[in-house]
Design a protein around this ligand. Structure first.
Ligand code: FEO
Length: 170
């Protein structure tokens, strides 16, 4: 059983995860229009992964007898100055998402809502991984600077990202 406050927090997070998917798809579209096919592929995979995140919370809310209510998804940014600027925006976004998850864990903790706290542990680990992955990409792109050859190689490296698998239900 979810409190109204927790249900609202989880519905807001479902919205944030859908927005994340939309943002990464927008980044994929920018990459595609600039012939960064590998970066575009990576962003498409990330957009898919964010849908899985949204659905994991959606399924959880239903599983505990709550009510999912969807909100409007805002339009994401559409332009970035460079692949590095785009990945830096992605990193900032993931830091924002980590903060959101931490805030909901705090609510679960205050409410002694152990089931929700347990479900959110998966997201805590996931956010550590997502921040680390994007931070590493930013670091490599910074090393490459304006090297067209280097960025081309990096684009190829990110082209092989495997399709994400849906996380297990709680
Ligand atoms: Fe689902 Fe990348 O936060």
């Amino acid at each position: 059983m979810l409190t109204a406050k927790m249900q609202d927090a989880l519905n807001t997070q479902i919205h944030e995860e859908f927005f994340s998917s939309y943002l990464y798809l927008s980044m994929a579209a920018w990459c595609e229009s600039n012939n960064f096919d590998g970066f575009a592929h990576w962003m498409r995979m990330q957009a898919q992964e964010e849908l899985f995140h949204a659905m994991k919370i959606y399924d959880y809310v239903n599983a505990v007898g709550g009510r999912v209510t969807l909100k409007a998804v805002d339009a994401p940014a559409t332009e970035w100055d460079s692949p590095l600027a785009m990945f830096e925006a992605s990193y900032a976004h993931e830091q924002f998402m980590t903060k959101n998850i931490n805030n909901i864990v705090d609510i679960a903790h205050d409410e002694k809502d152990h089931a929700t706290e347990n479900m959110l542990q998966w997201f805590i680990s996931e956010q550590v991984e997502e921040e680390a992955t994007v931070d590493a990409i930013c670091g490599k792109l910074k090393m490459l600077g304006d090297s067209g050859h280097g960025i081309y190689m990096m684009d190829r490296e990110l082209a092989v990202r495997a399709a994400p698998a849906p996380p297990a239900a709680e």
